[in-house]
Design a protein around this ligand. Structure first.
Ligand SMILES: C[S@@+](CC[C@H](N)C(=O)[O-])C[C@H]1O[C@@H](n2cnc3c(N)ncnc32)[C@H](O)[C@@H]1O
Length: 235
């Protein structure tokens, strides 16, 4: 998952306005954070597209389970500490003022057991008065099961087509992404990336956040219009 994709990730998501999202996050941090410091962690940071807008103000660390994504982030965004790690059990031995987990990365933990472990792990890395912002994947009822998807990128030197199907098994959404990538002067690449994300109910996420000592709420108006945001303040 994401391994072959890492190099093309930013092209696939070229439509995403990371700068505007970072501004919204900045406003939320200003509104809710009461800790004094400026140490930020982006979990499931991908290619570093959000963190690059925070590095002037915050001392930033990004972690991602996928080493290929970490390498892309390192080569693109200087002055940030990028590391490979699993959000369920990473141990950075640091307490942060802000922890971000955006663009549904949290869904990849797949199960409620892992979701609870992950939220406890975030809490263990958080200063009192620090803020965690989690952008969720979909709930079961909001997920568009059975509906096919298509995303394309049409550059001069690279063209990408991604088609996917969607399935649900229990509380898991499964998307088989079929990629076709044509690059200038190269043979066409094709590969399948299978993504499995947990369909977590909002009440359950809030319950785990409260249990982990976060004063929490779900905001309907988040970064992307269909996902909302969880925000938690560490007590
Ligand atoms: C949809 S991408 C989001 C990346 C980035 N936050 C963004 O907004 O572009 C999901 C990311 O979560 C990472 N990921 C998946 N499971 C993870 C885990 N257990 N721990 C840390 N990162 C994980 C993937 O490698 C991928 O980079």
């Amino acid at each position: 998952m994401y391994k072959e994709l890492a190099k093309f990730y930013d092209l696939i998501y070229h439509w995403k306005d990371y700068k505007a999202e970072a501004e919204t996050i900045q406003e939320l941090i200003k509104k809710f954070k009461t800790s004094d410091g400026y140490i930020l962690l982006d979990v499931g940071c991908g290619t570093g597209m959000h963190i690059k807008y925070f590095k002037e103000v915050y001392s930033c660390t990004g972690i991602d389970i996928n080493n290929e994504m970490v390498e892309v982030a390192k080569s693109k965004v200087k002055g940030v500490n990028f590391k490979q790690g699993d959000m369920i059990d990473f141990d950075l031995n640091t307490k942060f003022d802000v922890i971000l987990c955006l663009f549904s990365s949290i869904g990849y933990v797949k199960t409620y057991i892992n979701l609870e472990k992950t939220i406890i792990n975030f809490a263990n890395h958080m200063k009192k008065g620090g803020v965690v912002i989690i952008e969720p994947w979909f709930t079961k009822s909001a997920f568009w099961v059975g509906v096919p998807g298509m995303t394309t990128y049409d550059g001069d030197d690279v063209k990408i087509a991604r088609l996917n199907t969607t399935k649900v098994e229990g509380d898991l959404s499964i998307m088989e992404m079929y990629y076709l990538i044509a690059e200038k002067n190269k043979d066409i690449k094709h590969f399948i990336d299978i993504h499995e994300l947990g369909l977590f109910e909002h009440d359950k996420t809030l319950e785990f956040m409260e249990k982990a000592n976060f004063k929490s709420k779900y905001l309907n108006d988040g970064l992307m219009k269909d996902r909302g945001l969880f925000i938690g303040i560490k007590l």
